[in-house]
Design a protein around this ligand. Sequence first.
Ligand code: ATP
Ligand code: MG
Length: 424
Amino acid sequence: MSGSREPIREGGFDDLREAVAPVSERFTAAGHRLYLVGGLVRDRLMGLVSTNDHDLTTDATPDLVREIVEDVADAVWLQGERFGTVGIRIGDLIMEITTHRAESYVGDSRKPVVRFSTDLHEDLGRRDFTVNAMAVDVVDGQLHDPFDGRADLAAGILRTPLSPEESFGDDPLRMLRAARFHARYDLVPVDGLVEAARSLADRIGIVSGERIRGELFRLLEVADPTPGFSFLEDVDLAWRVLPELARLDGDSRSTALARLATTAADPVLRLAVIAWSTAGLAESTVALRLSGADAVRITGLVDGADRIRMGGAAGGPWSDESVRRLVASSGPILDQVVDFAGSVGILVGDLPVALGRLRGAGELDDLGPALGGDEVMALLGLKAGPEVGEALAWLAELRLGEGRMESGDVAERLQGWWSTRASG
Ligand code: ATP
Ligand code: MG
């Protein structure tokens, strides 16, 4: 997204205003105002096709909003009502309508205090950056931009509406958001912003792991997040967000970050790329409250890539046996593991070809033991017990080592093994 900027457009909001018209008419009838706000306005002004939610802000209090939308909405949700947000769906359109706020976002205190306001500019002044502090009146289409966000967008400047000290002090998570917007839109921090963040970096300690994870994931969704990570290093926040990455020496860190940009913009996949370089992310997994599923995926990718590294003779040919062993250990994430190994620079050699060949021959189906416990007991004259388990493990090994065989051959081999084992 760097380089020359898209023209800043006027009047590009008509379709959005039309889309929300059923709702906006009701606000007008009730004597209230409604504005499109935040990322959607920013992205439209940049000429980007926005995937943003429809965020709106109003002077009506949340209980009034609820009343106003009640009989036009197909669904209403009120989880955010405490913070002033009423969510609604009309057909395919999802809108989150938030009452103007006068306080900072206070998601981390035990008893968040939200003071509502009837003043749009007060609300915009409490937003994170000037480029996000613009609103479009859904009735007349007028752009409200009291902090010159449009000019900052055109000039490529990242600036807080109030002083950065006040803004970052109120909600330290904004320092992480700064990293994201810097990376995503190539916005350069205005003088004083970096210094303010550096002086307030410790305050990130009051922010919950969940919120930090949320922002980190959004940074990891940026096509090239590298400038965001450099920002975090500059302001001394990197070690608080991903300590394992921050502890790497400069070269290893650069290598890891360069790999991110060439890996699909999937946050968990990219965390696995970092985990590969840092020999794990145990500390961050806990601190960021990663879900069990995400942690398992990261470990699975890293371990699988490691097996490819060991199994492939440095890019040389893959034996059928080593392919079978890899498939058995990687399970359902095999294809992801192969892609991932490529992303972290492992030579996969002819693995994809070998995989295709064996898969086509049905060699990769049922990679477990060829016989069941009952068959083993009948063949060897055993009762249920540890010896049956031992025999099944031997069969599993046979399957991986030598591939698919006729069941008569399997039975013969099993009996052969059993007789040498019994006599030995
Ligand atoms: P994206 O395109 O990634 O969704 P966005 O700008 O829409 O970016 P959101 O997190 O969806 O960001 O938030 C919507 C709007 O709410 C922002 O544009 C900003 O005006 C405001 N906002 C969100 N989080 C904060 C915060 N922590 N402090 C201040 N304002 C915030
Ligand atoms: Mg958004």
